[in-house]
Design a protein around this ligand. Structure first.
Ligand code: SAH
Ligand code: SF4
Ligand code: F3S
Length: 443
């Protein structure tokens, strides 16, 4: 029996793609390996979003080269967003890599595995497709609570800092009926939470249907306890989407709303299509229609030409919106993007200093927002054992906050009432509500 092993880097889209590749490998007669040391085929599903992500892959390839020296028959494949960038280097210098496949080429994997036996050269296919959405391919999902369901691929927004439109190609959506069918199958397999995925998940558009209709249709699939989606673009958030979220109880009360920067000049140079005040109004609108909604964001420090005053506007938007959480990054120049060619790149030292300010401000906001939850009884989906203690469960609230609480009689997959008693760091701490409400009965 042949074994395969996939290591996944980058965003959830890559996690979902790795599950597709797993499905294809299993169709080709492979079974999953516990580690790379037991695998006949090893794949790295790569990310190119920042330079650091690419460096990690280069160092991993070095280790795999050594592994292959000891076991020359091992197949090594490089998949995903770095494929385009590295293909020339692989062809010229890294013949131990057998496959380089871009994100739209996975369907060909079984045929290429057969061909690989007959050729000594690396097989490279990094063509991007206008149509491929991997319809009728079934992902081999990791067991768990949450099933990733990819609904659209690619991005047409072309933010000037971002490599994704080049690595993933043009936007295209799956048809609604097939998404709903995939959700039904995931539920039949025991998944209780569905996360809809796309680089711009809410620009979904298929046969006249838009994202709000799709959300509604998915929320009507019986036994779907929770629906999440990522990553939306602020430009495509409309009232209709918010109304569906408000009216359907199983759609989680949380929105990821990437800000990127606070100054209008920088937003314009980023090609983000909204202004500072439009962004703030949108955040307020979301919290007005969806009270208690969790808001998370992405922010970049030190975009080319960003002055101290402009950076201060990012902090100001953060103060106005009070995000529940934020992913913060130093700007990383990406070859081939427009921003890479801009003048006035910011020094590493200044970027680091700004990043530090973002992290500190967000830590304060996260704590403040979490402290608001203390005393409330909230529904938590029990997801896994706490990393710190085998006596505790960890699960998320509807508005996407992690809660740690003593296990009691609760089981994994339960949607259970938890009373929040404390907030520390980025987590909440709670107790099962039945116990919390009847302290004397227990004594
Ligand atoms: N489609 C998603 C973003 C995917 S990339 C969206 O628009 O929200 C995730 C995050 O990585 C981006 O939101 C951005 O904050 C960050 N990012 C992208 N390119 C980057 C770069 N060149 N340098 C630093 N951060 C970057
Ligand atoms: Fe990148 Fe912008 Fe597209 Fe997001 S919307 S993937 S940041 S180009
Ligand atoms: Fe990285 Fe590609 Fe996702 S560049 S963030 S894996 S879309």
């Amino acid at each position: 029996m042949k074994r395969y092993y996939i290591e996944t880097y980058g965003c959830q889209m890559n996690v979902a793609d790795s599950e597709l590749v797993s499905g294809l490998m299993e169709q080709s007669g492979y079974v999953p390996a516990e580690s790379e040391y037991e695998a006949d085929a090893i794949f790295l599903n790569t990310c190119a979003i920042r330079e650091h992500a690419e460096e990690k892959i280069h160092s991993r390839l070095g280790t795999l080269r050594k592994l292959k020296e000891g076991r020359p028959e091992t197949i090594i494949g490089l998949l995903g967003c770095m494929a385009q960038h590295v293909k020339d280097d692989i062809l010229e210098h890294k013949s131990y890599v057998d496959f380089v496949l871009g994100p739209d080429s996975y369907r060909r994997l079984p045929a290429l595995l057969r061909r690989q036996k007959e050729t000594a050269n690396s097989i490279v296919d990094t063509r991007l497709s206008r149509f491929e959405v991997y319809e009728n391919l079934y992902p081999s999902r990791n067991e768990g609570i949450n099933a990733w369901v990819s609904i659209m691929r690619g991005c047409d927004k072309f933010c000037t800092f971002c490599i994704v439109p080049f690595t993933r190609g043009r936007e295209r959506s799956r048809i609604m009926a097939s998404i709903v069918e995939e959700v039904e199958q995931a539920v039949a397999q025991g998944f209780v939470e569905i996360t809809l995925l796309g680089q711009n998940v809410n620009s979904y558009r298929s046969e006249g249907s838009r994202f709000p209709e799709l959300l509604h249709a998915v929320s009507e699939v019986p036994a779907v306890e929770r629906i999440r989606f990522t990553s939306p673009h602020p430009q495509d958030v409309d009232d209709e989407m918010l109304f569906v979220m408000r009216d359907r109880p199983n759609i989680c009360n949380s929105v990821h709303l990437p800000l990127q920067a606070g100054s209008d000049r920088i937003l314009n140079r980023m090609n983000r299509t909204y202004t500072k005040s439009e962004f703030i109004s949108l955040a307020e609108r979301i919290r007005h229609i969806l009270p208690g909604c969790g808001l998370s964001t992405d922010i970049i420090a030190g975009f080319p030409g960003e002055t101290e005053e402009e950076f201060a506007q990012t902090l100001e938007v953060m103060e106005r919106v009070n995000f529940d959480s934020a992913f913060t990054f130093k700007y990383s120049p990406r070859p081939g993007t427009k921003a890479e060619e801009y003048s006035n790149h910011i020094s590493e030292e200044v970027k680091q200093g700004r990043l530090q300010q973002l992290i500190e401000l967000q830590a304060r906001h996260t704590l403040e927002r979490n402290q608001n939850e203390i005393g409330k009884t909230v529904k938590v989906l029990v997801e896994k054992e706490s990393k710190k203690s085998s006596a505790d469960w960890a699960g998320r609230t509807d508005n996407n906050k992690w809660v740690i609480f003593p296990k009691g009689a609760a089981q994994i997959r339960d949607l259970t009432d938890v009373r929040i008693v404390a907030a520390k760091g980025v987590s909440l701490f709670g107790e099962l509500a039945q116990i919390g409400e009847m302290p004397h009965a227990v004594a």
